[in-house]
Design a protein around this ligand. Sequence first.
Ligand SMILES: C[S@@+](CC[C@H](N)C(=O)[O-])C[C@H]1O[C@@H](n2cnc3c(N)ncnc32)[C@H](O)[C@@H]1O
Length: 316
Amino acid sequence: MLAVICSVTLCAVGEPHKLSALHGVGRDRDRFHTTVRRLTRDPLRDQGPRSAALRPEMGRYLDRDIVDWYRAHTTLFPSEHAFLADLERRPARRLLDAGVGAGRTTEYFAGLADEYVGLDFSPAMVDVCRTRFPDVRFEVGDVRDLSHFSDDEFDVVLFSFNGIDSVGGDSARQRAFGELRRVCASGGRLFFSSKNLNQLPDDRRLSVQIRRALAADDAAAVPLRVARGAGRFARARALNPSARRIMSRGGGLVADDRDGRQILRHYYVRPDVQVSQLQALGFSEIEVYGMDGERVASDQLTRVRGWWLHYLCRST
Ligand SMILES: C[S@@+](CC[C@H](N)C(=O)[O-])C[C@H]1O[C@@H](n2cnc3c(N)ncnc32)[C@H](O)[C@@H]1O
């Protein structure tokens, strides 16, 4: 069974000529894991000194294709529209748009603050922003170290499109949230989105993958979709040996290949755990929204589904 899944996995990653490398994996689990790691490693991993100091997930945002992908995204998500309306009612004095990317949010939010600062660790992203919005202030910087900003400098802080999830593991994430809290003045608002750990078990179930594949409109496409679904399932299992521990502790880095090209590690968090962490940092009035813009009731936080959620809270 394992050998079949491996074959399907490798077809799905587009390396069928390397199938022979996996023959007999049922007898050799270590060799299987080593081979999958080799075939699925991030292409940026071995690039020169510029990206060597960066984790692969961060290196991704230097990639021209990825920058262009973000540049082409110009619309807001439903929850962001709700936040925009809130900001229109109560404009910001100083707004920090952390992990601003190619400026998707700048277009909407910069005009609603007396002063707006877009910040991103990727110079390629910041270059695009500066070209698109020559009159707006952008900086290259890392949210884990905002020491060039003073305490309480902003009254609105954004970190959109799950940018916080590519900052790193527990300690990096904690550092980033600590810095965002420090620069957010008392009474200020923090608005961000993050991947939802509650959604993960569905994707890791073979039955769910197969059911999705069978739901294809085009019957001829079903076998390929089944193979791809099984591949995704096998790959997710192989790449995330500590998934159970992440599920039980409510958060952690998950290798996820949802863009189908690269294996990336993103932080997934259970919403009730995220809320507790925000409270511990000194945020209150915490509201959680689904991707449809609907508010999630607090008694639903341990089970609400959806790939990501938006969080709005107030610094105390
Ligand atoms: C998923 S993109 C979102 C871009 C943009 N906010 C949007 O909504 O289109 C995440 C962005 O966060 C940036 N980023 C990731 N880690 C960062 C860090 N430690 N400090 C600053 N920016 C970071 C990346 O360079 C990337 O541009």
